[in-house]
Design a binder for this molecule. Sequence first.
Ligand SMILES: C[S@@+](CC[C@H](N)C(=O)[O-])C[C@H]1O[C@@H](n2cnc3c(N)ncnc32)[C@H](O)[C@@H]1O
Length: 215
Amino acid sequence: MNLYHRRLCRSPRWAGYVAGEMLPAVLDGVSLGRRVLELGPGYGASTRALLDHVPELVALENDPALAEYLRRELGPSLKVVMGDATAAPFKDASFSAVVCFTMLHHLSDSASQERLFAEVARVLEPGGIFVARDSSGGWRFRLIHLGDVCTPIDPRRLRDQLGRAGLNAVEIIAVPGSVQFKAHRPLLAGMVNNPVEPVSRMEAATSLARVVSCE
Ligand SMILES: C[S@@+](CC[C@H](N)C(=O)[O-])C[C@H]1O[C@@H](n2cnc3c(N)ncnc32)[C@H](O)[C@@H]1O
């Protein structure tokens, strides 16, 4: 992350938006189960909010300084693992849910995003859920990523990407500037039928944070 992006991601305003608006919208009606993995926790805006809702939370962060920061800040209530989400250092079927917020665009290309999806499918228990939200682009978003990796999600390709990774994508919602989605590891191997809803438009009032958001 560049300096500007780092400032945004650790700002109280971003934390308030994540805890007060983004997470409630993304997790509405979702049961995450007993053991949850968060990919790319960054400065912990989403992590802090998640801790109140899940019995056991593990965070996987590939920036050693941020992993250390999170260990200091969130202590024993959170297990922080340093590693790469495209080669996740966890056993198969070890989580009831995997979540990922404003992190996917930090991967270098869509092939890496697909490797991450395949890892999600592997570490999820059968029937487990993957919940994510990320940016689908826009000039402001590109601006705050100047000099930084920036690979926005393409909502039109997401259905195929998730299906190839072995996930049943049950819901994809495009909100202004962002896409949020839920997908499941099938209960039985080989049962991927990818019943994705068509991308729908939700005229949400969430554009407010777009200017200053990490999304
Ligand atoms: C923009 S931050 C988002 C942080 C947090 N989810 C939030 O919403 O505030 C993205 C984080 O993903 C991490 N990240 C990027 N690529 C990663 C990878 N391959 N594996 C694990 N973490 C990664 C970055 O280091 C950064 O901390």
